[in-house]
Design a protein around this ligand. Structure first.
Ligand SMILES: [Zn+2]
Length: 80
């Protein structure tokens, strides 16, 4: 599976997680998948509202570890 397709799949899974949380437990954080595209398998704990903010800003869900690595490498954020 290509990296692009992979991260899109993760975004779709996260959207589903968001829908479930938002309708069931909007005040509790849920575990979203890291969208760094490296198949890192990390989970990111976010409130539904925080996830919605990321989406509105056009940003991917990233675990702090992956974010740091991207910055170190001077990498381009994997959007979509
Ligand atoms: Zn990651």
């Amino acid at each position: 599976m290509s990296r692009h397709r992979h991260s899109r799949l993760f975004r779709e899974v996260n959207n589903r997680i968001y829908d479930l949380l938002e309708s069931a437990e909007p005040d509790l954080p849920g575990e979203f998948l890291c969208e760094c595209g490296r198949d890192c398998g990390r989970r990111v704990l976010l409130l539904p509202a925080e996830f919605a903010n990321l989406r509105q800003a056009g940003q991917a869900v990233r675990s702090p570890d992956c974010r740091r690595r991207t910055e170190l490498a001077g990498g381009v954020p994997a959007l979509g």
